[in-house]
Design a protein around this ligand. Structure first.
Ligand SMILES: *Cc1c(COP(=O)(O)O)cnc(C)c1O
Length: 326
């Protein structure tokens, strides 16, 4: 019989779910480049951003100083439905690789929406509700973010308008329908429901859409409908802040078992799960308390770290969003 391998999973108890998010920007000497006003090219002010985003999320977006931001009780209670997420020892992978390394992975898929996106979706829906808004708009590509947001909005009884990249809308009908089951409206993008959508359709008839088009449409709907704001599932500072719950739990679980990681690896698309996972470890590194090797893994098809230029650009096709460093 094989040797008894214990533990397969490191669980924390419900009371060990973090009560604060950790804002790694507080420990960064070089702060991230700010969002710019597309007209003046000056950093966007809170007032300007509040036309697009929920007020409290704007505060989080611009806060480069506060290291720990309390997680509101309602969000902590929601987290308890699927957190703490297990940290699993990958014995089979270790064996297959024949490596002496001890490999652990943090599993964020054990919630109904199926991804880490819910960690931020529930926070963003909470602040929208608290502000007394009617609803939120967003874009989704493959549908993970749209699904998580639909679920979060349904929990807080908020309207949710999702612009889904047309090709995904057609290729992934089940994703689309899950969002509708949660009560969201799902529109294939580009659509004729917005000015920017109509313009893109006129210029590129037959286009199957892109994330950039869908963002432009969602932003237009948010800013032109009273009681609506736009929310985003990746890239932003506020999203990374919410996703720090992943890293905080990982660190707490490893500390509980006296494991100190040498290497931390994460996949990076928009950077939110990677950033969330590494935040508390990076904080220790920045404060000179510990050292870790951190590896970001990116897709070869759209490498954002190893190729391209570090420069300001629009993240949407309609060029209505504040330019950000991409
Ligand atoms: C959210 C998402 C990403 C980006 O994830 P990050 O954790 O922000 O890097 C990439 N691909 C899909 C399908 C996603 O849903």
């Amino acid at each position: 019989m094989a040797e008894n391998k214990i533990p397969y999973k490191i669980y924390l108890s419900e009371t060990e779910i973090p009560q604060n998010w950790y804002n790694v920007r507080a420990d960064m000497k070089n702060k991230p480049a700010p969002l710019l006003n597309p007209g003046t090219h000056q950093p966007m002010t809170a007032e300007e951003l509040e036309g697009v985003f929920c007020a409290e999320l704007v505060q989080q977006e611009l806060d480069n100083e506060t290291a720990y931001i309390p997680i509101p009780q309602e969000i902590q209670d929601f987290y308890k439905m699927y957190r703490p997420a297990p940290l699993v020892r990958a014995y089979c992978l270790e064996e297959k690789l024949g490596t002496p390394a001890k490999i652990y992975y943090k599993f964020e898929g054990n919630n109904t929406s199926g991804s880490h996106k819910l960690n931020s979706a529930i926070a963003q829906a909470y602040y929208a509700k608290k502000q007394g808004l009617k609803g939120v708009t967003t874009e989704t590509g493959a549908g993970q973010w749209g699904t998580a947001l639909s679920m979060a909005c349904s929990y807080f009884d908020l309207d949710c308008k999702v612009y889904m990249v047309k090709v995904s809308y057609e290729q992934k009908p089940f994703r689309r329908e899950v969002m509708r089951v949660y009560g969201a409206s799902v529109t294939p993008s580009p659509s004729d429901t917005t000015n920017v959508g109509r313009k893109i359709l006129a210029e590129h008839p037959g286009t199957t859409g892109s994330l950039g088009c869908a963002i432009s449409e969602a932003v237009e709907v948010a800013v032109s409908n009273p009681g609506y704001r736009y929310v985003l599932g990746s890239v932003l500072n506020q999203v990374l802040l919410h996703q720090s719950v992943i890293g905080l739990e990982t660190k707490a679980a490893l500390d509980k078992y006296g494991v100190k990681p040498d290497i931390i690896i994460g996949c990076a698309g928009g950077g939110s799960n990677l950033g969330g996972l590494i935040s508390p470890f990076m904080g220790e590194k920045l404060r000179g308390e510990a050292d870790y090797r951190i590896i970001a893994v990116e897709p070869a098809s759209c490498p954002s770290f190893t190729r391209g230029v570090y420069a300001y650009d629009f993240c949407d096709t309609g060029m209505v969003c504040p330019p950000t460093v991409v």
